[in-house]
Write a protein that binds this ligand. Structure first.
Ligand code: COA
Length: 377
């Protein structure tokens, strides 16, 4: 037999898989910067569009450039009729992540990338149209309405909430979602971004790389954790039920969704920011109850396992307080992370090398071939 599996770097942990100038994650166990700017500064002072511009075009925009860029994004919110037909056909029971994966694949057929000079225009198109696609499907199947996705909303955060609820959103909700989109926009070589880079490294088209990323983000160990975190919080009727229930879950070796991280060792720097916004958004006793349960879980997880909440944990509470349905939590992550994926696809293409690692073989040594009539069960 070949040697046992090399488990030293399980799941490629700590392996440096390439160079990138987009983002630093967890230097000294914490901290997150996009192109050198801290997420504390970006989320406190920027519109999401300033950050997407920074990620895709390397620098923060001037006011004039931002206005031009936002106008361009506004002009790209239309959905082609062939796509609205498909969105109406996909059943309401489908997971919205499957809807987005399918829709981006179809968009790649309707508006294909002919050559790489189109890549930043495609990135802009996807940033602008993904919220439209998601909300068109959602509203059609849940309210029976065919919504007009061409609105005057200036920001993507306001646009998303407007399309979802059908009313102009409260400024506080817009600000909170804006901060959340900034926090979700980029995270170095995480699983979905790496999947996008692997696809891009074969010189495939932009849409294929995005579709790979969406499929990878869907899982509960990655983007799906924000939906799973809300399911966890809802397991407990009150904060008083947390201790017994959570200790039992930990004793059963259950993974507690929204906690822990592959790279951060001390804390997830995004968590206190989104927790702050979740707290600001509390406007009912029910919301206060959910927030209290979440805090009890946080305290106990640290006490029992020294595990801290990651971005997904309090994002779940913040989204709930904005009236966002749970199945849309991970798709909202897509609306934001498209910026990071796009930046990485562009960077990968700029210094491309096919990504093709090696495996540590653990199967049988070479064997004599046995013809089919000689094989025994
Ligand atoms: N709940 C309970 N235990 C956890 C845990 C969690 N959320 N996260 C890690 N652990 C424990 C593991 O059980 C394991 O314990 P063991 O050594 O006794 O077996 C140890 O910590 C290492 O965990 P592991 O899953 O091997 O670490 P990883 O680096 O591969 O995983 C995550 C990182 C993010 C996948 C993991 O923390 C996790 O599954 N978290 C929940 C999902 C989540 O929130 N994902 C979003 C990430 S932003």
């Amino acid at each position: 037999m070949a040697p046992a599996s090399n488990n030293e770097h399980h799941g490629l942990a700590d392996i440096v898989a390439g160079n990138s100038s987009i983002c630093t994650v967890g230097k000294a166990g914490k901290g997150l910067n996009y192109r050198g700017y801290s997420i504390e500064d970006l989320s406190a002072h920027c519109r999401f569009e300033e950050v997407t511009f920074l990620l895709i075009h390397n620098e923060l925009p001037t006011q004039a450039t931002l206005t031009q860029y936002q106008n361009k994004l506004k002009s790209l919110r239309n959905i082609p009729p062939a796509l609205t037909t498909v969105l109406e056909t996909i059943p309401p029971t489908a997971h919205p992540m499957d809807v987005l994966r399918t829709a981006h694949s179809l968009l790649g057929c309707l508006e294909p990338e002919i050559d790489f000079s189109q890549q930043t225009n495609i990135a802009d198109r996807l940033l602008a149209s993904t919220p439209a696609i998601l909300m068109y499907w959602y509203r059609y199947h849940h309210t029976g309405k065919r919504i007009n996705t061409n609105t005057d909303d200036e920001t993507l955060a306001g646009y998303l909430l407007h399309l979802l609820h059908g009313t102009v959103p409260e400024p506080l909700h817009q600000q909170a979602l804006n901060a959340s989109l900034i926090l979700y926009a980029e995270h170095e070589f995480n699983a979905s971004t790496f999947a996008a880079r692997v696809t891009a490294s074969t010189l495939s088209d932009f849409y294929s790389a995005i579709v790979s990323a969406i499929g990878t983000l869907r899982g509960p160990l990655h983007g799906g954790a924000n939906e799973a975190a809300m399911a966890l919080i809802q397991r407990f009727p009150t904060g008083n039920n947390v201790e017994q229930g959570l200790k039992k879950a930990l004793a059963n070796k259950e993974k507690i969704m929204g906690f822990g991280h592959r790279v951060y060792k001390i804390a997830d720097p995004r968590s206190p920011i989104i927790k702050h916004w979740a707290k600001q958004l509390i406007s009912t006793p029910e919301a206060q109850g959910i927030f209290d349960i979440a805090q009890r879980i946080e305290t106990l997880m640290w006490q029992e396992k020294k595990l801290f909440p990651n971005l997904d944990f309090y994002s779940a509470a913040a989204y709930r307080f904005m009236g966002i349905p749970v199945p849309l939590y991970t798709p909202l992550f897509v609306c934001s992370r498209i910026a990071g994926w796009a930046a990485h696809i562009i960077e990968q293409r700029h210094h491309n090398a096919l990504i093709r690692p090696a495996a540590n073989y653990t199967g049988p040594d070479q064997r004599h071939f046995v013809s089919i009539d000689q094989r025994t069960p």
